[in-house]
Design a protein around this ligand. Structure first.
Ligand SMILES: C[S@@+](CC[C@H](N)C(=O)[O-])C[C@H]1O[C@@H](n2cnc3c(N)ncnc32)[C@H](O)[C@@H]1O
Length: 247
């Protein structure tokens, strides 16, 4: 299937390809960090490192090109502490999903493209230790239907371009459906996002990962990471937490 004119191909710093969305005026990944590197270093590796369960329930917001889900399958295949996975992912763009089996994925992720094709055709994939659900649905509605989530990959377009997936009310919904040992990973370091996370009840951290741009991790329990004093930040800053628009 042809790539629609609302997207353009872009090659990122690690050689992997991503897309630029003309609708949002933004790339699907950081071109500087690299699409594959971003998925692994900002989402998948910290999530596996900071959670301790042998069965993980992962919420992948939003599926997009599927890098976070595919990189999870790759990382899962390289380790043996986590024994089984459930992944839940919403994505609004049904047309984009149909084009993904022809996307030029990096070599590391290619073995998982058959899983992707099945997922896109049937909306689910299942084998003995992996279950994945992909739903064409608004993430705001979808997050209210999941429960006991251990990992949230918070990977929507930026707060400036897609603010409704970064608000206090949205993070409160996430708080309600996540387990006590959860972690949330995101590339955003915006103060209004961090304030919204803190006000929703999460601890907020800024792990330093060599060679990639800063990021944010949020959790319900304290983690062995450099914490951000959000109370002091809230007092000092003129920023406010992002909020839903009043109807
Ligand atoms: C930055 S991209 C996600 C990148 C993705 N994680 C990956 O690995 O390729 C953001 C995605 O959010 C989708 N999107 C935007 N608003 C949404 C919403 N309300 N619910 C679900 N998906 C949404 C867009 O269609 C786009 O595919």
């Amino acid at each position: 299937m042809e790539l629609d004119r609302k997207y353009e191909w872009r090659q990122s710093a690690d050689g992997s390809y991503t897309l630029y969305s003309k609708e949002y005026g933004e790339c699907y990944h950081s071109l500087k960090d690299g699409a594959l590197r971003e998925a692994l270093k900002k989402h998948v590796e910290p999530a596996f490192e900071l959670t301790h369960k042998s069965h993980l329930r992962i919420l992948d917001i939003c599926f997009g090109l599927g890098f976070n889900t595919l990189a999870t399958l790759y990382h899962f295949s390289q380790q043996n502490r986590v024994r089984s996975l459930e992944i839940f992912s919403p994505e609004l763009d049904a047309h984009l999903l149909k084009t993904l089996p022809n996307f030029s994925y990096p070599k590391l992720l290619k073995p998982f493209v058959p899983v992707l094709s099945e997922l896109i055709e049937h909306g689910k994939y299942e084998c003995s230790n992996i279950s994945i659900e992909l739903r064409v649905e608004d993430a705001r509605e979808y997050v209210k239907k999941v429960k006991e989530i251990d990992v949230v990959y918070q990977d929507a377009f930026s707060p400036k371009k897609n603010p409704r997936l970064w608000t206090l009310e949205y993070f409160q919904d996430l708080y309600a459906v996540t387990s006590d040992d959860m972690v949330l990973t995101t590339y955003s370091i915006a103060t209004p996002v961090r304030l919204a996370l803190a006000q929703a009840g999460f601890f907020v951290y800024e792990p330093l990962v060599e060679g990639i741009k800063k990021m944010t991790i949020a959790s319900k329990k304290r983690l062995p990471l450099p914490p951000i004093d959000m109370e002091a930040k809230a007092k000092r800053s003129t920023s406010k937490p992002l909020r839903d628009k009043k109807q």
